[in-house]
Design a protein around this ligand. Sequence first.
Ligand code: PLP
Length: 492
Amino acid sequence: MALLPRHAFCYAGATSGRDGAPASSPSTGRTPSAAASRVPLVDALAACASQDTVASFHFPGHRRGAAAPPALARLLGLPPFAHDLPELPELDNLFAPHDAIAQAQSRAAALFGADSTFFLVNGSTCGVQAAIMSTCPPGHTLILSRNCHISAFSEEAFAEAERQGEHLKIGALLITSPTYFGVCSDIRGIADACHKHNVPLIVDEAHGAHFRFHEELPATALQQGADIVIQSTHKTLQSSSPSYLLLASLDAATEHAAENGTAAFTDAIRLAKQARELLEQVEGLKVLSFNGLRDRGLRGVEAMDPLRITLGLWELGISGFEADDILRHDHQVIAELPLLQSITFAVSLGTTLEDVDSLVAAFKVLAKSRRLGLCSDANKRERSLASVFCTDKWRNRRLAPREAYFAASERVHSEAACDRVCCELICPYPPGIPVLVPGERISKEAVNYLKAVVKHGGFISGASDESVDTFLVCKQDSLKHLGVGDGLCFKY
Ligand SMILES: Cc1ncc(COP(=O)(O)O)c(C=O)c1O
């Protein structure tokens, strides 16, 4: 049973038909309304941009390129500016779509398997927040997994979803699947459990927008019964007003995926397999794999995106941040996600055999140089500290986030911060999963992990002291006043 019409929020891309049955074939992209344009919004934008402008008094102020910032015009040429148009009548309106945007969104919905799709131009962040806001009215509680993206932990998202005492009214369950590393949950099982209790399931599928296009890729969240799904087909600039360049790129991406998705992903999957096999032979590298996770008895791992390659580097005694620098500077290989002990590469439609060769060659050189003695035991020990750190150790909720955020606070040194209640949301970015949320007890593991991230060149967002030498914690008096107990509004 689906509780809600099934929605997809797409940063660029989209979805189709009820109950997981695609209303159109991804290989042909023929939809019931395809008699009209296959790229309705792109066509509308092209038609509008080609009009002779007599006197254009609308935003954006560069007036279709006439007053474009010269440096940007030199870089991009004028055509992008000619197409950078506002909600003109011919271009429909994102906030009440009925024409070209409505057509483009229903085409996307049909392709991806949703009842309806909403294009987003403010990132998946706003999709996650919209999903929470629309399912958790005041007095309702959101249950979310602790490895959710920071967007789910924001102040806005928390609004009113707090302090329900014993009588919880659950608004929704939110999970992230796949993770940044491509690891997928048992969405079908979770959806069934949610639906038994009349709770809608929201899936942050920011990293899984391509799953719909190849049978070797994991099943999509919509196919498995999720009620609301957020995808990031593209990561682009944030904009507060709907940019038609971004909207049209969603339309164009839908068309591209509909026409070429399966064939293009076949090549990408083949290349990723090849890279994975070659990297597995490099001594000192650990390649994250589905079987490896299963063998370690990790619960809830249901599938894995073959296009994400994550390499564990601890045996080489090097952090992902350091490896990233070396790969970039010495080998011209650019990774997607360097972390403390690992580095992740995203194989995509544009990846070539030469790219795979460069990646493998770079790691052969890197691994060899580390084995030649550059890695000290001290280094290894330090990194293994981080390896014991996992989200299980983050279940330390003492206070609702809003209470902690607004509680009287004091700054203490990191050693004194252990066991105190944190007032800040502290989050290494990437990957954007908070290590400390306001209201959580600060554990020694969390402090060590954050310090190691800083030491090895990672970036921490949200901390008022980015060096994490000090932390903002709740004053003990304010805790008494608030009556600290186990937090009830989130289960992990
Ligand atoms: C799982 C997940 N959800 C949501 C987001 C937010 O995406 P955006 O930057 O498009 O707002 C990210 C960003 O990396 C993410 O990894």
